[in-house]
Design a protein around this ligand. Structure first.
Ligand code: C2E
Ligand code: CA
Ligand code: CA
Length: 593
């Protein structure tokens, strides 16, 4: 009996030791949290939470970090079961300690109507591991572009950097960076929507990969084959590694441009467009990967400026031109404040004599307002050099507003002072950046009111890609028309919507682009196109203006083809407001002279 007793005492002692040493916190409390039993691990994990240094009640100890625990128990109705499972609580680091917060996991189990059993463990390391795993996954995601499954900028940069470093120690190692950008991507996005744009990007990526795969076959290892990545938007970069011969760059560059310019079939449509490329050769790489990427993009811009659909090899002299363009942006910010912008006016003349009249009512059927920039050191900068930049850097809003306001005020002054001689219609160019602004309609309304301009005397010129844009732009164009003004389609023929879709555009006038007018006399094709445009426009009740008339032969031809109005250097170059008044006086009743 004594032996049995001592045997059971031994077992009891062993059980106590087991619970005592368990590397996990165990405790038992009453339902109101009073701690009845607690093992050393529990005590050491929970003690830092106790404010007065004792551990009488679990809920009191956890009051600050898990105030809802008490409620959780009260609200738990079954007579037994898990009240909470692996609840994570953060124990803030106290005092000066630089250690990170500790994270505890607590599970509470209702044993019966009187008692709870608790399990406490330190999960700080586990949480840290989870977090670093998440960080790794996020990092991996950041290294692959979701849309094209191509490596992203950081990866491209790393690879270029490695190539640069290798070239420093291996004189025979050769590489090149090819930077590509599609020539009309913005237009595709604007007119067909972002989904179509995304699809095009995916197709471009596939083609680049396929073209490079062909090159990579052979005796290359994974680490030295060409890689293609996407930097963002429609910008792609290829690193040609381990070049065998200098001519290889030219062959690959041309092949990539060729595959990119094959037609794309997207949303049931065949899209045709080309790409431009800038190439940086090893010998011109003087800085790091970022500098090489920047230089390749500078060469790409040169390729675009030369007409696109080509590659241009970077040369250091290109830096100067790029700096000039960059300088324009910062100067443009000051230009408005310094009153460096001004507006000139190009007459638009009536070509057809109205039936029953001897001569046109006024030679100036209208004027088109064109912005100019008198730069303090560069002289007069043409709009084509800064409108695009203004759109990119968000300055087009204020610039467009300035032009509209100046032109409307000038127009009402002419009306007041010149009477019969004054131009009938004021045309002002609109840019896509302005239509994106939700307050634009209000701005126009305010300018009409403050200048006293009749809305019907104002015509806003939009391009095809703008007029055919998404619903929000369409709605805004309708709101503008509701103000009583009219819209004209600028540069017709240069975009890619056709005569057949003219009726879908909310415009009252079609301006036939200068490229058609200048070819019309010598090219039957252009001649026929103008004729067809005039006919379709007329059938839709739209007016027509032939742009860029430079010779009498062109004027005679477009008049004979039925164009209603004409504009061009033959009649007048764009003039200052004062010179326009002289021009109007000189050209009054020209048939009478
Ligand atoms: P656009 O709207 O097509 O304007 C007509 C352009 O053709 C003007 O160039 C005009 O000077 C030029 N031009 C007119 N007749 C002839 C001709 O017989 N021969 C030749 N070779 N050219 C002729 P400009 O003023 O340099 O403007 C270029 C473009 O810049 C404009 O093309 C328009 O798209 C844009 N632009 C000008 N002013 C503004 C503005 O205030 N706002 C916006 N958003 N764009 C503007
Ligand atoms: Ca225009
Ligand atoms: Ca035009």
């Amino acid at each position: 009996m004594a032996a049995m007793q001592s045997e059971s005492a031994g077992a009891h002692e062993a059980l106590m030791q087991f619970l005592y040493r368990a590397p996990i916190g165990l405790l038992q409390t009453t339902l109101d949290g009073t701690i009845e039993m607690i093992n050393p691990m529990s005590a050491s994990l929970l003690m830092p939470l106790s404010r007065n240094g004792d551990l009488d009640n679990l809920f009191t100890a956890l009051e600050e970090v898990a105030p809802h625990l008490r409620q959780l128990v009260v609200g738990y109705e079954p007579s037994n079961g898990a009240v909470c499972d692996s609840l994570r609580i953060v124990v803030p680091a106290r005092g000066e300690s630089a250690a990170a917060a500790q994270i505890l996991s607590i599970s509470l189990m209702k044993l019966d109507e009187l008692r709870l059993m608790g399990l406490v463990s330190d999960v700080t390391l586990e949480v840290q591991r989870e977090e670093s795993g998440l960080a790794r996954r996020l990092d991996a995601a950041a290294r692959t572009d979701t849309l094209t499954k191509m490596p992203t900028r950081p990866v491209v940069r790393d690879r270029i950097q490695r190539a640069i470093e290798r070239a420093r120690v291996e004189p025979n190692y050769d590489f090149a960076v090819l930077f590509m950008n599609c020539d009309r991507f913005k237009q595709i996005n604007d007119s067909l929507g972002h989904l179509a744009g995304d699809e095009v990007l995916g197709l471009m990526a596939n083609r680049l990969r396929a073209a490079l795969r062909r090159r990579n076959r052979g005796d290359r290892t994974a680490d030295n084959e060409a890689m293609a990545g996407r930097l963002g938007g429609d910008e792609f970069v290829v690193l040609l590694d381990n070049l065998q011969a200098a001519e290889e760059v030219h062959a690959v560059a041309q092949r990539l441009l060729d595959v990119l310019s094959q037609p794309y079939s997207v949303l049931g449509q065949q899209l045709h467009f080309t790409a431009s490329m800038g190439v940086v050769l090893r010998d011109h790489v003087t800085g790091d990967a970022d500098a090489a990427l920047q230089d390749s993009s500078i060469a790409m811009v040169e390729a675009k400026r030369a007409g696109g659909a080509r590659y241009v090899v970077f040369e250091p002299s290109m830096h100067e031109r790029a700096a000039r363009r960059g300088g324009i942006e910062s100067d443009l910010r000051r230009a408005l404040l310094n009153h460096e912008l001004f507006v000139v006016y190009q007459p638009i003349v009536a070509l057809q004599i109205p039936e029953g009249a001897d001569c046109p009512p006024s030679h100036a059927a209208g004027v088109e307002a064109l912005v100019r920039w008198r730069h303090p050191t560069r002289g007069v900068v043409p709009p084509l050099e800064f409108i695009g930049i203004a759109e990119k850097c968000g300055l087009i809003g204020p610039i467009g507003e300035f032009v509209l306001s100046a032109a409307c005020h000038q127009f009402t002054v002419w009306r007041r002072e010149l009477g019969r001689l004054a131009p009938r219609l004021l045309a002002v160019n609109l840019s896509r950046g302005q239509l994106g602004d939700s307050s634009f309609v209000e701005i126009v309304e305010r300018i009409l009111r403050s200048s006293g301009m009749q809305p019907s005397d104002l015509q806003l010129e939009v391009t095809e890609s703008l007029a055919a844009q998404d619903e929000s732009v369409q709605a805004r164009l309708q709101q503008l028309k509701a103000l009583g003004l009219s819209l004209a389609l600028d540069d017709f023929g240069t975009g890619y919507s056709s005569l057949a879709s003219l009726h879908q555009l909310p415009v009252g006038t079609v301006k036939i682009d200068r490229s058609f007018v200048s070819e019309a006399v010598s090219s039957a094709h252009h001649h026929v196109l103008i004729e067809a445009t005039v006919r379709v426009a007329r059938s839709l009740g739209m007016g027509t203006v032939a742009e860029g008339i430079e010779t009498q032969a062109q004027a005679d031809l477009v008049t004979q083809l039925g164009c209603e109005k004409g504009q061009g250097y033959l009649f007048s170059r764009p003039l200052s407001a004062a010179d326009l008044v002289l021009w109007l006086a000189r050209n009054d009743a020209p048939k009478a002279s």
